[in-house]
Design a protein around this ligand. Structure first.
Ligand code: GCB
Length: 603
């Protein structure tokens, strides 16, 4: 699925703005047919920002913690010049499920909160020509054992309660842009690029797919970043040679522009699309992670799409601030914990030479987690009634969809198929083994891994055998050996020796300590800024002593919102930055370690 773009043959209209909006606490919107009439005239209707999470915009507990569907509606004008063309509506994300109606007709339903979906309105417009339509969307925040991520609705004496096993607030709504766009009936449907190089010569393999394009010819032109034509080719598949290639690499987001065109015999341009390409290689060799043949050390964070007021919505301004802070602190990479991020973020990471561990939304497939944090105990992780074969099929599709969306981004260097699932049981082994195959089949060019939880340490984990890279989250000195960094250090170093013996590169994908900004204590105690520094120093000493460690992603980039609970003070406070993106002492500390370069000899 190609992202909407303005080109010589394609046109798009952004539908973001204020939409009419209504909560549906009784769950009656469908049976009462709310899509059939003006939502604005319903009692209690309001306006809603698109994109935004709706949760933090109002002031009541009911609106913040609403469970079920909410309704969005807007009026869409179809440009007259689009007659006879495909007319698509595309949602970059609606969390977690969405059903879309055009006037009275349902046109698409989609489950999964962090990946795009679209529908073609042309058949409807052909049957019932009009220039203005009513677009209505029901967005559902409910999670079940058959959604990714999973959750369950429990009934309590006071009403339903949504339980889930991940440590971030279940923000919901239309979180990214909505587009109306148009292409010719004959159109490009997909482009895949793969890259390599030898010496100073780059190689770009390309494969183009199109629909209704019989008799049309595919051509590609490759331009460098200055807009100079490098080379051209004809045919839907092929390989391009790039003399004096400018490689894409850490800190150097150099992008070529592959201009893909569909032309008729007489040379008329029918469809065209611009695909940016970064020429680079990634490879796991022994315990090294190589980018363009050179050992790479990941410095950065697990992050969240989480901002004050807008929740999980994408905003370009917030993205720029976050990436500026990554540059300021000397980070070269991040993980899209714990779901696919906005495509704008991926584009921006490409341009900024930031390396990305790209993660699916499979977080919380673990009933062993979070006794005091999440509540909702008493389930078995893998069983016919909980995470089961249906869930695995949903999970497989999410992996395919993520790879289909992000495969051409040079920034993506590893696929993470899950965060901290149960991984020390036969059930886990059976569940995950085929999912690694799914990822490798969808993309044979990148390493595949998952993020291991502390409850399944080295020697007990039965899933890490399938991964190319060991990615582990560890909280020695925080959740265990709390306030005892001397013993934490010994325990962590001992476990790391085990992982190193597997002969794979190790990335510490999480290590962190909650820190209330401005809370100071000497001697250092948990929750103080001083303890966060001591905790980081202890961890860094352990990493530096283990040559197989090829990266450190501190948890978290910034404080973020979670469900309320006795372990969280206005959310998770493990950020190096506060939620409003100002540095804690830890940020300065990390900057001193990261800015001069790779902290130790890993080569
Ligand atoms: C983890 C999870 C992350 C949590 C973090 C914590 O292991 O992967 O989602 O936020 O721990 O702070 O407890």
């Amino acid at each position: 699925m190609l992202r909407p773009q303005d080109t010589a043959t394609r046109e798009r209209r952004n539908l973001d703005g204020l939409w009419d909006f209504a909560f549906d606490p009784e769950g009656v919107g469908r049976s009462e047919g709310w899509f059939r009439t003006s939502l604005a005239r319903r009692p209690g209707a309001r306006q809603m920002a698109v994109p935004a999470s709706y949760n933090d915009l109002f002031t009541t507990r009911e609106t913040h913690d609403h469970i079920g569907e909410v309704w969005y509606q807007t009026t869409v004008h179809i440009p007259r010049g689009w007659d006879g063309r495909r007319v698509l509506v595309r949602f970059e994300s609606a969390t977690h499920g969405a059903t879309v109606w055009v006037d009275d007709v349902e046109i698409v339903s989609h489950q999964g909160g962090y990946l795009p979906f679209e529908a073609d309105l042309a058949p409807y417009l052909a049957a019932s020509p009009r220039t203005t339509v009513r677009l209505t969307v029901a967005v559902d925040n409910r999670l079940s054992f058959q959604t990714i991520p999973p959750g369950v609705i429990e009934s309590t004496p006071a009403g339903p309660r949504q339980v889930y096993w991940h440590d971030f607030y279940n923000y919901a709504g239309i979180h990214r842009s909505v587009w109306l766009y148009s292409t010719a009936p004959a159109h490009l449907t997909d482009v895949t690029v793969t890259t390599g190089f030898e010496g100073t010569t780059g190689q770009i393999g390309y494969a183009v797919q199109s629909a209704a394009a019989a008799g049309l010819t595919t051509t590609v032109d490759l331009y460098d970043a200055e807009g100079t034509l490098v080379t051209s080719a004809t045919g839907a598949e092929g390989s391009l040679t790039v003399p004096d290639v400018h490689l894409w690499g850490p800190g150097d987001g150099y992008l070529y522009d592959l201009h893909v065109q569909l032309r008729s015999d007489s040379g008329v341009l029918v469809d065209d699309y611009h695909q940016s390409v970064g020429v680079r290689t990634v490879e796991v060799r022994g315990t090294q992670f190589l980018v363009n043949g050179k050992p790479f050390y990941f410095k950065g964070f697990g992050m969240h799409e989480d901002h004050i007021t807008i929740g999980k919505a994408h905003s370009n301004a917030d993205m720029i601030r976050d990436v500026e802070l990554l540059h300021w602190i000397g980070a070269n990479s991040f993980r899209t914990s714990h779901y696919p991020y906005s495509e704008d973020v991926m584009d921006y990471a490409d341009r900024h030479g930031l390396l990305v561990i790209d993660e699916t939304p499979a977080v919380g497939i673990n009933q062993g987690l979070g006794g005091g944090i999440f509540g909702g105990q008493g389930y078995v992780t893998f069983s016919p009634e909980t995470t089961n074969d249906v869930t695995r099929e949903v999970h497989a599709q999410v992996i395919r969809d993520l790879i289909a969306r992000d495969k051409n981004h040079p920034c993506v260097v590893i696929w993470s198929i899950a965060n901290e699932p149960e991984s020390d049981t036969q059930g886990a082994q059976d569940y995950f083994r085929p999912l690694f195959d799914v990822a490798r089949e969808a993309d044979p060019t990148r390493p595949v891994g998952f993020v291991n939880v502390m409850l399944a340490p080295h020697g007990r984990c039965r899933v890490s055998q399938f991964a190319d890279v060991s990615m582990i989250n560890r909280y020695y000195g925080w959740y265990v050996q709390t306030n005892d960094l001397a013993n934490a250090r010994i325990a962590f170093a001992t476990e790391l020796d085990g992982w190193a013996s597997d002969g794979k590169p190790i990335i510490i994908t999480e290590y962190g300590a909650d820190t209330y900004p401005g809370h100071h204590q000497l001697p250092a105690q948990p929750w103080s800024e001083e303890y966060q520094l001591d905790y980081l120093d202890m961890n860094h000493a352990v990493f530096d002593a283990c040559p197989a460690v090829v990266g450190e992603h501190m948890w978290n980039f910034a404080d973020f919102m979670t469900t309320a609970g006795i372990m969280r003070v206005g959310g998770n406070k493990k950020g190096a930055f506060t939620r409003d993106r100002q540095p804690k002492m830890a940020a300065h500390h990390l900057r001193a370690r990261w800015l001069p370069g790779i902290p130790k000899e890993h080569a």
